[in-house]
Write a protein that binds this ligand. Structure first.
Ligand code: BGC
Length: 400
């Protein structure tokens, strides 16, 4: 299967998960036990600390991406570094990110730059974060600043990463700060981010009308559990329909006129039997997530209706021993190719992740990297076998 010559092949990371010492971010504040005060909401687990020290080692990381024959890369800017206090820009940090983005460009990498990947400035969270009706305005102000400073070097702006995942983790499951279990808040947080994306889109376009602006949307594939005769119950069918609507249309429909492309993050498929998840015995990752490459094709076919270019901005697995990664990448790409043959406009694939990194409340043990980070030995970067396999695909554009 030969992918088009201009297909983008790359890898993805985020700032908080790799940079280290993001001391003005709300997650850091939470890790340090400063917020919120109640014990029930306190941070438990591994803290991010120096992470992968990519704040200082970004050139080394980009060299690896280049040596892997990547022609694109995704990373994020930490909002809290640029705007540590409301309305105040830290010019040193603004310049730092200019150097980072330019370093990627100098290595021939198209840049997908995420403006917000889960973490926020402390001041923003203290004002209620995505529950505050003024949040879209504050976010758009920051997006405008980024466009003014960086639009010459950013090929693709990604406003938000997985807004629904954030809302559910913070307000539904209450595993992430501010850990408030409230379904109404989970909904408000999503609605505010819909507005925030639209406002940020307009703000970026105001500065640079030719900028390409999208967002990264996590989409889960829902399959029906069927009986021996291959039939699913009416309830199962209905549940799948509703879940499909919530994971796709609910967020994308209201913003479709404010999107130049769709960034798709795909990690798993869930099998539903009535209201319960009943997954079959299947290959899974170190985190127990089912590895179902075909799910990617179904999601891509569903996204065709938006008539927009699609970039897969995340796809990967936790696999410390690198036993399943090669198979998973290869099989998934075959399904991407099939979706393209059916007319879906997929233009790039960015594997999560370039390097092992801080997997949020779970800490450092899940290993998502094509490159291992040896935490015992000075965070040495060590390419895994799958690095070489993927580098071959990136070079030839061919999947067998
Ligand atoms: C997030 C990443 C995360 C990855 C693996 C995505 O939902 O954007 O930050 O590391 O999944 O869990």
């Amino acid at each position: 299967m030969q992918f088009p010559a201009d297909f983008l092949w790359g890898t993805a990371t985020s700032a908080y998960q790799t940079e280290g010492y993001n001391t003005n971010s709300d997650w850091w504040y939470w890790e340090k036990g400063k917020y919120p005060k109640s014990k029930r909401k306190a941070f438990i687990g591994e803290t991010s600390g120096m992470a992968c020290d990519s704040y200082n080692r970004y050139e080394e990381d980009f060299n690896f991406a280049k040596n892997m024959n990547n022609n694109a890369i995704r990373f994020s800017i930490e909002w809290a570094r640029i705007e540590p206090r409301k309305g105040e820009w830290d010019q040193t940090e603004v310049e730092h990110y200019k150097k980072v983005i330019k370093a990627a460009k100098e290595r021939g990498l198209k840049t997908f730059v995420t403006l917000h990947h889960f973490t926020k400035p402390i001041w923003f969270s203290k004002l209620g974060g995505w529950l505050n009706p003024f949040a879209p305005k504050w976010f758009a102000n920051y997006a405008k600043k980024c466009a003014e400073e960086y639009s010459d070097y950013i090929d693709f702006f990604i406003t938000l990463n997985e807004p629904q995942v954030y809302s559910l983790q913070a307000y539904w499951r209450a595993t992430w700060t501010p850990k408030i279990k409230c379904k109404l808040f989970a909904l408000i947080s999503q609605l505010t981010q819909i507005k925030a994306h639209k406002k940020a889109y307009t703000a970026i376009k105001f500065v640079d009308n030719s900028a390409k602006v999208g967002l990264s949307k996590h989409i889960v594939r829902y399959e029906r559990v069927t009986n021996d005769r291959g039939k699913a119950s009416i309830c199962t069918k209905l549940v799948c329909k509703v879940l499909h609507y919530l994971t796709t249309n609910f967020f994308l429909d209201p913003i479709k006129k404010h999107l130049d492309f769709i960034g798709l993050n795909y990690y798993f498929t869930a099998w539903m039997k009535n209201f319960k998840e009943k997954n079959p015995e299947m290959e899974s990752s170190d985190l127990g997530w089912i590895l179902y490459p075909e799910g990617l094709k179904h999601i891509l076919l569903n996204l065709k209706k938006y008539n927009l270019p699609i970039y897969i901005t995340e796809h990967g697995l936790a696999d410390a021993w690198d036993q399943k990664r090669q198979w998973y990448i290869n099989e998934s790409l075959k399904f991407v190719y099939e979706a393209m043959e059916s007319g879906v406009d997929v233009r790039g694939y960015l594997h999560w992740s370039l390097i092992d990194n801080f997997e949020w409340h779970i800490g450092f043990w899940p290993k998502f990297g094509l490159i291992e980070i040896d935490r015992e030995h000075n965070l040495t970067r060590k390419p895994r076998p799958s690095f070489y396999m993927y580098s071959q695909i990136c070079r030839t554009g061919k999947v067998e």
